[in-house]
Structures are given as C-alpha cells and as structure tokens.
Design a protein around this ligand. Structure first.
Ligand code: FUC
Length: 348
C-alpha cells in the first residue's frame, strides 16, 4: 500500500493531489481543495480496474463546481428553507445560493476550502486526515467548528470516511460527501441500469423547489420502495409527482429503518461491480444527477443526465422546520462523529 502526492498549481493556487493505493491496485484520488474525490479505481468482474466516480478532466473546473462533484459538504448538507433557521430563540440568516434557499453550506462551504492533510500509512490501510476550522459567524452559522475528516482505504477495497467535528457553541451541522458513483467503469453508461437496495421504508416528501413539505411518506407501493431492490430507471417515467419535481428521477432523503445501521447496495449487472454503503447516519439523499446536462468536460467524456448516483449519507435539514425529522442540532462541546464506508466488490 502507498500514498502518492502530486503538487499542483491551479489558477495560482497551490493544491495537492493524493492517491491512496492498496495492494490490489485499487485507488482513491482526492484533492486538499474541498477534500474532493476525483477518482476511485476498482475492478470489475474481469479484474479490469476502472474509475467509478464522476470527475472533471481539468482540475480548474473544481473552482466553480456547481454540482459539487466529489466534494465534502458542510456545514449543512442539503437545503435550508429560506436560508434561515432558529436556534435557542435566535434567528440566523444565511446566504441564499439557490432561489431563496441555502444549499450545501452556501457559497463558501467545505467544498471550496483547502484542507490541511496528514497522511496515514499502516500495515492494514492507507489514508489521510483532513483538518479544517470554520470560524464563528462564517457563512452565517454560529460557533467555531474544528473538523477532522479521515479517508482510509483497505486491502478489501473498503473506503471509509470518518467525520469528526467539535463546536464551541450550540449550532447546526450535518456533513456528507458528494461523489457521483457510476459502476459501469470510466463512465461508459448511465446509472439507469444500476440496481439499488436499501433498508428504508420511509422517505421525505418534497415540493417543486425540492424543499421538504414536512411530511414523511411510506415507500410502499411506490417507485421509492428500494427495500427489495429496483433499477434506478424506475424513477424516470413513473408519473409520480415526487419524481417529476426532481426532474424525472430521485433527489430525496430516505430514512433508514435501523438506527446506526444504514445499508445501501448498488449493483451494476453489466460490469458486475457492487458498491455497499454502510453508515451510522440516519438517512441518505439519493440523487440520480437529474440536473446534469451534456456541457461539462469530464475525465473520460462529456457529462450527461443520469451519469452518476450520489449517496449523501446525512441527517435532515428539514429538522430545523419540522418535528419528527432526524436532527441536525449539535450542542456546544458535544463531539460530532459519523462514519460511512463504501465497499467495492464484484458479483459473477
Ligand atoms: C444534490 C441535490 C440537489 C443538487 C445538488 C448538486 O444534493 O439534492 O438537487 O442538484 O446535489
């Protein structure tokens, strides 16, 4: 196992690219800028190692990354309705960056800061610890927060992201990673033929602006029922207003049935690649890249609608507005700790 490092100069900024490589030649490449995962190379059923995430061909394109490709997201992943929230009887106003709403931490979120990186090399894994501090009032949020995010890759092709954060004031926080997975390999095909199975019998209803209405719906008898597994294509022409609001696909928060045991299995029957996501987060936003068009230059080809699926394990910002949602409130000095593991295997 090894970690490779390449210094880069991107539009006058000094960045570093890191590649974690395991003994089987699988690898994860990321940047200190936004902690952005630029490629994940894993074998298909014929041992062909190919990239399974969307990444830009030109790294300068990450400076403005409206789709948040590969990035760490915070302070709050998802949408905060009308860019404001109440905490301890005080109203906090945030910058709006999508209509009147605040999306993915706002314009100066964790996706666009340069993280301090410390490498880890042991007998069982390779990895890196990413550190950053956001100061009180930054992007409108209360509390100075110290972040420690750890990326590790093992010889079992398991890539883990451990999130730790510590705030000196009561605040709101939910962190995630915004990688767009595509198990076909080198973006050969869309993700519509991928099968997804997850233990979520409820999902969060959205309005036309993708803001949670406050209702939690059962997945039963809808194309949101992934409990037994179904292809992502089912969300394209379902006629369900929920899919139509999401531009003919999925862009929804699913709530896991077992606390601390979220599990999602994504299978590509053509390449034989299987991605298993396990997490102690209460839910996941599954987004089928319904908003992507064909204008972006990616590493292997141009972008396209449905070219990736994001599995944004997180808690729900709707908890700021409605009772009964997985909470994003974080108490002063109470450590925030969450883990998500992405394990790549194959099936015959
Ligand atoms: C996801 C979605 C959004 C958005 C963004 C880039 O998290 O919820 O709708 O388009 O990513």
């Amino acid at each position: 196992m090894e970690v490779k490092q390449t210094p880069l100069t991107i539009e006058g900024q000094a960045w570093t690219e890191y590649t974690l490589v395991n003994d089987h030649g699988s690898s994860v490449t990321f940047l200190d800028f936004g902690g952005i995962i630029t490629s994940i190379n894993v074998p298909d059923r014929n041992q062909q190692i190919e990239n399974v995430v969307i990444g830009y061909r030109n790294y300068a394109d990450y400076l403005d990354n409206p789709n948040y490709f590969g990035a760490l997201i915070g302070r709050v992943a998802g949408r905060i309705e009308n860019a404001r929230f109440k905490l301890n009887d005080k109203i906090y106003t945030l910058p709006a960056n999508e209509n009147t709403h605040h999306l993915h931490g706002g314009p100066i979120g964790l996706h666009s800061v340069i993280w301090q990186v410390e490498l880890i090399e042991t007998a069982t894994h390779v990895g890196a610890i990413l550190y950053h501090t956001s100061v009180d009032g930054e992007a409108g949020y209360p509390g100075t927060i110290k972040y420690k995010v750890t990326y590790t890759l093992t010889n079992d092709n398991a890539f883990t992201i451990d999130y730790e954060a510590f705030s000196d004031q009561d605040t709101v926080l939910t962190l995630t990673n915004h990688s767009y997975f595509n198990l076909s390999g080198d973006l050969k095909d869309t993700i519509l033929g991928h099968y997804v199975k997850m233990n979520a019998s409820q999902f969060v209803e959205l309005d036309e602006e993708l803001i949670p209405t406050g209702r939690i719906l059962p997945v039963a008898n809808t194309v949101f029922d992934f409990t037994k597994g179904r292809p992502l294509a089912d969300g394209v022409n379902s006629g369900d207003p929920q899919n139509i609001y999401a531009k003919n696909g999925y862009d929804h928060f699913f709530i896991f049935d077992q606390q601390n045991e979220g599990k999602i299995i994504v299978t590509d029957p053509i390449s034989g690649r299987v991605l298993t996501v396990t997490t102690d987060q209460p839910g996941v936003v599954m987004y089928t890249s319904n908003g992507l068009d064909d204008t972006l230059t990616l590493k292997e080809r141009n972008s396209a609608k449905y070219l990736g699926v994001c599995l944004e394990t997180q808690s729900s910002p709707a908890s700021l507005e409605h009772a009964g949602f997985p909470s994003i409130y974080l108490k002063a000095t109470e450590p925030y700790r969450k883990t998500t593991t992405f394990t790549f295997t194959t099936q015959s």
